[in-house]
Write a protein that binds this ligand. Sequence first.
Ligand code: GLC
Length: 434
Amino acid sequence: MSELHPAAQHHPHTEWFDTARLGLFVHFGLYSVAARHEWVMWYEKTPVDEYEKYVDFFDPDLFNAREIARQARAAGMSYAVLTTKHHDGFCLFNTAHTDYNSLHHQGRDFVAEWCEALRAEGLKVGLYYSLLDWHHEDFTVDFNHPRRNDPSAREDNARKNFARYREYLHAQVRELLSNYGTIDYLFFDFSYPRVEEGWEGKGHKDWGSHELEALCRQLQPDIIINDRLDIPSDLVTPEQYQPTSPMSIDGVPVRWEACQTLNGSWGYDRDNTAFKPISMILRMLADTVSKNGNLLLNIGPDGRGAITAHDQRILHEVGEWMRLHGRAIVGAGASSFTPPANTVYTQRGERLYLHVFDWPFGHLHLPGLAGKVRFARLLNDGSELHMEVHEPSKEALATRIGGQPEGTLTLKLPTRAPETILPVIELLLSPDAL
Ligand code: GLC
């Protein structure tokens, strides 16, 4: 067990994560007021003192953690992750190590509200913490820093004491994992140990990752930690792309979670309407589960902290689909059967789920399933689908379907796709198919 990569190991305390399959990511902070992407400070090379003005105008009167948690649960999600501090350094929690925090300025500890709300809704509690910090005076400038093009930044770096930042980072993580009860999941973000444009990036030595991880496990023995500390950890985190097969390291399958935005931006980005359609989001979800992954779907509450009307609609539609199709997702994973074109399989025990991305006319031919399925039905309404096996030697005639390769099971489909965004067919396998 111990030589296995941590992301390949299963423990009783990772069980919830391995079955959850769908979670909510929430990016919220000062940048929500700028409403031009959470990297706005980097894009616009904004000096700290100028960026700090957002503190005075950050007044999220509509941020309602309970409402977010309710909508996440109704969307079929069982965990959620909030940005406690993003790269801009502003903290949404009560910290003794800087005044640059929401309790000091807004009189609210959003992390406390978050943890309480999630527990009240029965969700697992996830926190995001940025390793980068564009506000801390000892955080050295690099290519991922707003001051990357500032000629005086290199000299300034020589005066900075990064060890002091490292202490700050550890001290804040200690606060997050000591003051808010059980934290189920910690999402660190992120490492970039390479040289670019003459700047040194940052990796595990800079963060003191081994020590930091040990601290997390000491404070929260059952916590799940992502892999962005630049050391192997409990899961890998593909971002803004979909893996093409179940993820593995050295040939061993690993736990993974794809995190995805709704429009390419994590934080509220008012003028960016390049939204993924709901059909794409549901296909991404099915695709993820068909490869044994989780999907962490992001929303960016607006400058007042409200979930935007668009994001509410998406969550609602995900929820409507999950209400009818959740059992093809939650607790399900990859199948060893090969799906036909434009479909994916997810499987949970004897139940095999065929997610049909593009509804074909009349028939669906399922390789290798002849004689292995006891019953087939549409999942949205539970209605039976007829099954047929067409001998390979049978010739196709004017109105007669031709033979199919040995072992193929043919489903007869209604001409009209069921009225759901992503139709799913449930196949009950016979015991000898398992
Ligand atoms: C990236 C970005 C960041 C976002 C994160 C989510 O690393 O820097 O803005 O929070 O991904 O995974």
